[in-house]
Ligand binder design. Structure first.
Ligand code: ARG
Length: 632
């Protein structure tokens, strides 16, 4: 998924994605690879970096390079009201809940909404900041947004000095806090902390630690596991990329005008954004987990600390189950006994009349029938507020039907690697793209997890018994026709996928959704941050584009048939990409999520006038019902 127009993907060949994804995982230079390394050491083990991590030396040079404005790669793609897609893709929506971010005031106009943005924000939802700082205004410092004129302030990163962060002067003024002593080291400085304080600037209290997943963490660690200094949450660099649509001036999630690590989006521990290679990235923080059981010495934790898990699910347990919960306690992981985790046949009838698709199941499959999923299309994300979207990270549980289709050469002992996405539509059935299915390969499907790089408690790994490719599937150099396939999962004791908070089916749509509808795509495909795919599941919102508009000469002209539709965003930008294929485009109706499209093809990724093309699942409903009935 990506947010911006990016051309790098021209070079990316779909065939190398799986191999590269795997490589990526172990690559020293890759953020995620590093996570894996850290986690093997144990995430509670390393505490703070002491006064300096390995990044410290050469920091001045790093800062000069990182904040050099001469070739700032951040894009500046102002909205163009004349864009041909603009009108067609207008989101239908109203003001409840308020879609406007950052204090924007919502006005309803007919069936639509309009956000009146505060001066320093722009975008349809006031999700992006305006360029409040001219290039170079803040020298080698950060441009931070403020609420009042001139709507920005420069934050110099020591040893650079105010007001313009252009001159450096180590130790004057003393950047070390809590009586820390500043020791010059050529152009740079070291803080020697007192009384157990830690961190680059001795800001971190000795008792600083996080509990649970760190959602309630309000401490002062501002450094990543890699030793990068976090960006302030109100940095223009974050906000002008529309990547973090949160209200940074008034947030109950602990975000604010500071650069302390937080976990506002249900991740596993506090994290923050960093600027690396002039690009926006995020990473987990070098913050310590409080010793368990939580003690009262954990000073940095606010009173909103949430209940601790009753039982931990051991990593690598592929059959772990988590009780389907009500939304009031979404973060408490209670591991039930096997029988508790499943619903009785009565629960087949879902509330609000949303039932799983009517698939005929033969009598010998009665066991799997009785163990079928209670409902479809009802995610229970870990946290619904302040999510990060637009291609950064999906919240665990927000796309519980998302599957990772993984392959290895038939009969080999090689590791499986991700090749495509898929959608769980029934306990034993995953929908994917036909072009994902090749010959001589062993397939498996991983459900539940968000991080491809490790075994997660929510993971359910299932072998694929049979892959059914549409009879009329055809690939030409420009178009893929009837790009749909079904994967029959291998059952163990009469059951395949088990319903948990993190594994659920998507509903199959019975009616079309209107053009302009905002729908959701998700996947581990290539991004602007990684050409080879993301190790973390990403999601984004896209708008359904009318067949007519997408068949115009400015788009795909005569290439589309009625088994395809386009979805995308204004002038490009948000899109699916290589590695996302087969994955879901879901749309919501009456609080249920329906699988409406399968990521199929597109001209490059995120290009203007070339939105993603999706298999029109609705057209294939009879085919799906027939195949699943036959294969049951
Ligand atoms: N064919 C790609 C894959 O195999 C998906 C491409 C989607 N492209 C797009 N611009 N939306 O992963």
């Amino acid at each position: 998924m990506n947010l911006k127009l990016w051309l790098l993907l021209l070079f990316l060949c779909a065939a190398i994605v799986p191999a590269q994804l795997k490589k990526d995982k172990h690559n020293e230079h890759d953020r995620h690879g590093k996570h894996d390394k850290h986690e093997r050491h144990g995430e509670h083990g390393h505490g703070m970096h002491g006064k300096h991590g390995k990044k410290e030396k050469g920091r001045v040079k790093d800062l000069i390079a990182e904040f050099d404005v001469s070739d700032d790669s951040s894009d500046d793609d102002d909205d163009d009201p004349n864009d041909w897609l603009f009108e067609l893709q207008d989101v239908r929506g109203k003001c409840t809940p308020n879609p406007c971010q950052n204090g924007g005031v919502c006005e309803e106009k007919r069936d639509k909404f309009k956000c009146k943005c505060p001066k320093q924000f722009r975008g349809r939802r006031c999700e992006r900041s305006k360029r409040v700082c001219m290039r170079g205004t803040c020298g080698k410092g950060l441009c931070l947004l403020t609420q009042n004129p001139p709507y920005y302030t420069c934050k110099c990163i020591p040893p650079f000095m105010p007001p313009n962060c252009k001159i450096f002067s180590p130790c004057t003024p003393n950047p070390c806090e809590n009586n820390g002593k500043c020791v010059k080291d050529e152009d740079d400085f070291d803080c020697v902390c007192e009384n157990g304080f830690k961190g680059k600037y001795c800001k971190v209290d000795p008792n600083d630690c996080y509990e649970g997943d760190g959602e309630s963490y309000r401490g002062k660690v501002s450094e990543t596991e890699e030793g990068d200094e976090c960006l302030d949450w109100n940095s223009e660099f974050i906000l002008d990329k529309r990547s973090f649509p949160s209200n940074v001036f008034a947030s109950s999630t602990g975000l604010g005008p500071h650069n302390y690590c937080r976990n506002p989006d249900g991740d596993k521990k506090p994290w923050c954004f960093v600027k690396r290679n002039k690009r926006l990235r995020w990473d987990y923080c070098n913050v310590r987990k409080c010793p368990t059981p939580a003690t009262t010495t954990a000073k940095m934790v606010t009173t909103t600390a949430k209940p601790q898990p009753i039982t931990a699910v051991p990593p690598g347990n592929t059959t772990s189950t988590v009780t389907p919960q009500t939304t009031s306690l979404p973060e408490t992981e209670i591991v039930p006994t096997k029988s508790e985790a499943f619903t009785t046949p009565e629960s087949f009838t879902s509330t609000k009349g949303i039932t799983s698709p009517q698939l005929t199941v033969s009598p010998h499959n009665a066991t799997s029938l009785s163990r079928s999923f209670a409902t479809c299309g009802k995610p229970q994300p870990k946290k619904q507020l302040n999510r990060i979207y637009g291609g950064l990270k999906a919240i665990p549980g927000s796309h519980p039907w998302q599957a990772s289709l993984q392959v290895k050469p038939k009969g080999s002992t090689q590791e499986y690697s991700h090749i495509c996405g898929g959608t769980l539509i029934k306990s034993c059935w995953v929908l994917t793209a036909a072009h994902c299915i090749g010959r001589n390969q062993d397939y498996r499907v991983v459900l539940g997890g968000v991080n491809l790089g490790k075994n997660e408690p929510a993971d359910q790994t299932l072998q694929v018994e049979n892959a059914i490719v549409h009879e009329n599937f055809k690939e030409t150099p420009h178009v893929v026709y009837n790009d749909i396939a079904l994967l029959k999962l291998k059952a163990t004791n009469g059951e395949c996928a088990k319903e948990t908070q993190f594994v659920k089916t998507a509903c199959l749509a019975k009616e079309p959704f209107a053009d302009g509808k905002e729908c959701s795509i998700s996947g581990w495909g290539a991004t602007e941050l990684s050409d080879y795919g993301s190790i973390h599941l990403l999601d984004a919102q896209v708008l359904l584009i009318s067949q007519e508009a997408c068949s115009s000469n400015k788009a795909y002209a005569a290439l589309l048939d009625d088994g395809m539709f386009c979805a995308g965003y204004l002038k490009g930008g948000v899109d699916s990409c290589q590695g996302d294929s087969g994955g879901p485009l879901t749309c919501e109706r009456d609080q249920a999520h329906y699988i409406y499209g399968i990521v199929s093809w597109g001209d490059n990724c995120g290009e203007k006038g070339k939105p993603g093309v999706y298999t029109r699942v609705l057209k294939y409903m009879d085919w799906i019902n027939k195949k699943t009935a036959e294969g049951a």
